[in-house]
Write a protein that binds this ligand. Structure first.
Ligand code: AP5
Ligand code: MG
Length: 206
């Protein structure tokens, strides 16, 4: 299973990827998680990425394309992967197509999780992530257990979320027609409970 999850910030890509990677037995590859790990480790890459992430803009294409190219070459990604948050521009989508074509292993589908913009700000500002497990919670919709070690993402402040949503509209939404024209786009309604969204994704992939 080689899958791309598409969707606006806080639409539920990470939540669904965490479940689907177990279902399909393939790794989740999240460029956002990889960039946050690099930032936490204080690497040059992390410092460079932070300039863009802190203001809600996109990290340059060549940086994230390089990260993904290395990651999908690893042994655990040979039987497939779920990409969460990549590609985000047409240049990234083309680079991914070329990488996969050179391996003779094209994408199976690009699944869009469709959530109206008015719900996304609340989802983002209420998000908390357990730093030990990577589990994604929401203060209202999926409350964390008392012993969770919670992190509030710096880019989940309302003013940065608005910038991220603008970046999605300006640069990432163009990937919907990109994948549709290649017969790969599947859209699911992302407003139900997380389990309902998971079932919808499994249904469109069946
Ligand atoms: P990234 O980490 O990818 O952020 P994002 O795309 O903005 O997406 P999020 O992680 O915010 O949301 P999500 O869709 O994963 O939702 P989640 O499941 O957490 O990127 C961060 C930054 O890194 C970017 O701004 C950019 O700077 C850089 N970057 C990353 N990739 C890049 C790339 N390819 N190119 C360039 N730059 C890149 O859910 C959100 C909340 O909603 C949670 O609280 C969750 O519990 C809740 N929730 C989930 N599902 C439901 C549901 N069904 N009902 C109710 N609540 C729900
Ligand atoms: Mg995410």
């Amino acid at each position: 299973m080689r899958l791309v999850l598409l969707g606006a910030p806080a639409s539920g890509k990470g939540t669904q990827a965490n479940v689907l990677c177990t279902t399909f037995g393939v790794p989740k590859i999240s460029t956002g998680d990889m960039l946050r790990a690099a930032r936490a480790a204080g690497t040059e890459l992390g410092k460079e990425a932070e300039k863009y992430m802190s203001t809600g803009g996109l990290v340059p294409d060549e940086v994230v394309i390089g990260l993904v190219a290395e990651r999908i070459a690893e042994p655990d990604a040979q039987s497939g992967f779920i990409l969460d948050g990549f590609p985000r521009t047409e240049a990234q989508a083309q680079a991914l197509d070329e990488l996969l074509a050179s391996r003779g292993a094209p994408l199976d589908a690009a699944v869009q999780i469709d959530v109206p913009r008015e719900l996304l700000v609340e989802r983002a500002t209420g998000r908390r992530t357990d730093v030990r497990t990577g589990q994604i919670y929401h203060l209202k919709y999926n409350p964390p257990p008392a012993d969770a070690q919670l992190e509030h993402r710096a880019d989940d402040r309302e003013e940065v979320v608005a910038k991220r949503l603008d970046a999605y509209d300006a640069q990432t939404a163009a990937l919907l027609p990109y994948y549709d024209s290649r017969g790969l786009l599947k859209t699911v309604v992302g407003t139900g409970k997380p389990e309902e969204v998971t079932n919808s994704i499994k249904a469109v992939l069946a």
